[in-house]
Write a protein that binds this ligand. Structure first.
Ligand code: ATP
Ligand code: MG
Length: 455
């Protein structure tokens, strides 16, 4: 179903018809606009972007067929229902050929009107879903695996929060499952049958991101040949997930703040406010309070986003989840890669359980994938895991003699990375893949740990 505040246009020169329909549609909860002739109909279509248009075919100034042609030419998005007088079915057929979705012969009963509206709404909902799906594969609904008290508490808390329409901020280190939770929030919410859109705030340039979020008008910038609805408009009634919100540029932060406060925005190059009913979920692995202090993130936006915060625990703080997650990923990758692996040997379990997982669940998933790909037998042993190198006792050198726990861990990491770099001839990409890390993550570690390669 489409959100009930969607607009419907009634274009008919017969005042009685307009009045009857107006009352009926308003009672159904729609916002209704009217036009008394073909020219006005086009103006309303351009300015109000109605989701559905009832179009009388016999109107002055421009006929219904001419309006249909203009709808096609200008790429105006609306589902049109042609209205014809009784006995002129050939006109209705012509209208359908010109792009109308359905027709209604006058006079009609209110029951008939409701059936036609129902069909049009279904089509609109499908159309929006398709627009949202084009160019991206929607992740299927992923389960949240884990039975540690901390993940169970987090799930329980999030489920309660999901039932409302309040904004939720997901915080957690990289790979802790923020996207999985965002998806679940939508599924657990009363909006589950409405769209769920994901907007990654870092992936695009500022201009592209603005147009992706808010849409644009025809001619708003070079290359904007047609009006395009943004994700926030397409998600109306559903949930918008703003990933990596900490990276949003100031100009867009301001525009987003307005959406959160007033539930409206304008398309790029547009002047008409577009109202939306959205639940927002935002995620970040950056400390937003720090970004605020540095003047990179608006404080007022932070308070708007931070109505309910869900903090996702890092994997190292919930080692109980390592076994169920490992088994889950093992089953997934075996199925995907057509392999059969019967067991994980105790020494491999030992390694998995004692590693500190800086890349959290994603890192674990990557390790298991790699082990399944590389395994030549029907079991996974410690040799199949690139973690082997971490198992041995750290060999302490004079400069790395640990004094406290954190220093010891850092020294250990330094040693492992150095050794691996050495073995891969200083090639960071090779070292990263040997360690099962993302190259960028390894580069960051090297910087953070101030590792200078020993040859
Ligand atoms: N509890 C969980 N159960 C099953 N799979 C999980 C769980 N948590 C995370 N994953 C999986 O781990 C991977 C990383 O999760 P996700 O993308 O949600 O993390 P993230 O917090 O958004 O990370 P980043 O900050 O790097 O974007 C995904 O493949 C996801 O399916
Ligand atoms: Mg993510």
């Amino acid at each position: 179903m489409i959100p009930s505040h969607s607009k419907i246009l009634i274009a008919d020169d017969d005042q009685d018809i307009r009045e009857v329909m107006h009352d009926r549609l308003k009672a159904m909860g729609f916002e209704v606009v009217e036009a008394t002739d073909g020219e006005q109909a086009l103006i309303r279509l351009r300015d109000d972007s109605p989701a559905i248009t009832f179009l009388d075919l016999m109107m002055s100034k421009k006929s219904g067929l001419e309006v249909l042609k203009a709808i096609q030419d200008e790429g105006l998005e609306t589902t049109t229902i042609a209205m014809t007088a009784y006995g002129t079915i050939d006109k209705a057929v012509e209208a359908m050929q010109a792009g109308a979705y359905d027709f209604l012969t006058k006079p009609f009963s209110s029951g008939h009107l409701e059936v036609v509206i129902g069909k049009a709404l279904e089509r609109e909902a499908l159309k929006r879903q398709n627009l949202l799906l084009s160019g991206e594969v929607r992740e299927k609904d992923l389960p949240i695996i884990g039975h540690s008290p901390s993940i169970l508490n987090t799930i329980e808390f999030t489920k309660r929060a999901a039932a409302s329409s309040s904004t939720i901020l997901l915080q957690g280190e990289s790979g802790t499952g923020k996207e999985v939770f965002a998806n679940s929030i939508h599924r657990w919410s009363p909006r589950r049958d409405q769209p769920f859109v994901v907007v990654n705030c870092v992936a695009l340039s500022e201009e592209l991101l603005e147009s992706e979020l808010f849409g644009h008008e025809r001619g708003a910038f070079t290359g904007a040949h047609q009006r395009k609805r943004g994700k926030l408009e397409l998600a109306d009634g559903g949930t918008a997930f703003l990933d990596e919100i900490g990276d949003l540029k100031p100009h867009l932060q301001a525009k987003l703040l307005r959406v959160l406060q007033e539930h409206e925005f304008e398309r790029v190059g547009g002047t008409k406010p577009i109202r939306v009913d959205l639940r927002f979920v935002a995620a970040t692995n950056r400390r937003l309070d720090k970004a605020i202090r540095e003047g990179l993130f608006r404080e007022d936006l932070y308070y708007r986003l931070n109505v309910i915060t869900v903090s996702l625990p890092p994997l190292r703080d919930r080692p109980e989840d390592i076994v169920p997650l490992t088994n889950y990923f093992l089953a997934q990758y075996c199925a995907r890669l057509g392999k059969r692996i019967k067991e994980i040997t105790p020494d491999a379990w030992e390694l998995l359980q004692h590693y500190h997982w800086p890349g959290n669940v994603r890192e674990l998933a990557n390790f298991i994938e790699r082990a399944v790909v590389l395994s030549t037998r029907d079991r996974i042993t410690s040799e199949d895991l690139p973690l082997t190198v971490l198992a041995g006792a750290p060999e302490s050198s004079a400069s790395d003699t640990p004094r406290d726990f954190h220093e010891a861990v850092a020294a250990y990491k330094r040693q492992v990375i150095r050794e691996t770099l050495h073995r891969s001839g200083g090639n960071q990409s090779k070292a990263a893949s040997a360690l099962g890390l993302q190259r960028t993550y390894l580069a960051r570690l090297i910087k953070e740990l101030q590792i200078r390669e020993k040859s």
